[in-house]
Design a protein around this ligand. Structure first.
Ligand SMILES: [Ca+2]
Ligand SMILES: [Ca+2]
Length: 284
């Protein structure tokens, strides 16, 4: 049996190998032709596949310059993002080290500016409007005072502190005029602004300089012109709140609107006689 297989293998090799046609029978030649036809078909399929791959490869090669350009642009953008990120970090770090600004929002109980935090809510106070001495600034007094270890009962003729009222009987320019009235008591909020270390109050302006953040706007208020006690000017919020139950006429330290007076160096007619001066509080 092994010798028969060897003989058969020999004939197939001769017929298909094109060595000598005389040794081949029709059957073997036919087998070989069919084998070769099948080979040719498979070969064509392989060639077609290779051509398709070659076409694809050519397209990829053709796209390489564009890809390189796109990669360069991408690398540039990555560098920009890295740089921006580093700058932001430095900026935020610096902001953290400066601690931010603190301002009093007169007439309000809360802080509503972007990034602000209420340090405490209180009531406005100061020296009596009939007193010549004492402090001249308005204070924002906490509602729950903490006392020292020793206090002395009675008055010993020191300075006196009084709560504050709106004196707006005849001129109430506020945007919520129906909610705030003459003799109402005045709240205040002390606000911390994170990351914006500088605070600025601009009288007679409603807008802040470029790059600054508006905290609030309002009307410039102080004591009345003919009262013996003077106060600092402060910016009262344009929509002030009141302290509940504080509408009686008790007086104390008072808040009056400040009106423009022409006839002097104030640049009129930009300023108008009798108009209430506005204000804006800005931070950066
Ligand atoms: Ca009053
Ligand atoms: Ca007026």
């Amino acid at each position: 049996m092994p010798s028969a297989y060897v003989h058969l293998a020999f004939l197939v090799a001769v017929c298909c190998g094109d060595v000598h046609d005389g040794l081949c029978t029709y059957t073997f030649r036919d087998v070989c032709v069919r084998h070769r036809m099948r080979d040719v078909t498979e070969l064509r399929a392989v060639v077609d596949s290779l051509q398709a791959q070659l076409t694809l490869l050519n397209k990829v090669v053709a796209a390489i310059p564009d890809l390189r350009q796109a990669m360069k642009q991408l690398e540039g953008k990555i560098d920009d993002v890295k740089e921006e990120s580093a700058e932001t970090y430095v900026s935020e770090t610096n902001k953290g080290s400066t601690g931010g600004a603190v301002y009093t929002r007169w007439g309000r109980k809360t802080c509503s500016g972007n990034g602000t935090k209420l340090l405490y809510q209180g009531v406005a106070a100061g020296s009596h409007y009939t007193h010549k001495g004492g402090g001249s600034n308005y204070l924002c007094m906490p509602r729950d005072p903490e006392w020292g270890p020793k206090t002395i009962a009675g008055f010993q003729s020191g300075g006196y502190l009084y709560g504050a009222e709106y004196e707006i009987f005849s001129n109430n320019p506020f945007s919520n005029a129906e909610s705030v009235h003459d003799n109402d008591d005045v709240p205040c909020a002390v606000c911390h602004v994170n990351g914006r270390p500088t605070k600025l109050m601009i009288p007679a302006k409603l807008t802040c300089p470029d790059g600054w953040t508006k905290e609030y706007w309002g009307y410039l208020m102080a004591e009345r012109y003919d009262h013996v006690g003077r106060t600092t000017y402060v910016c009262m919020d344009n929509a002030p709140e009141v302290i509940e139950g504080g509408g009686q006429d008790k007086d104390g330290v008072l808040f009056y609107n400040t009106e423009a007076r022409c006839g002097g160096p104030l640049p009129c007619p930009n300023y108008v006689n009798g108009w209430e001066i506005t204000c804006v509080v800005c931070t950066q």
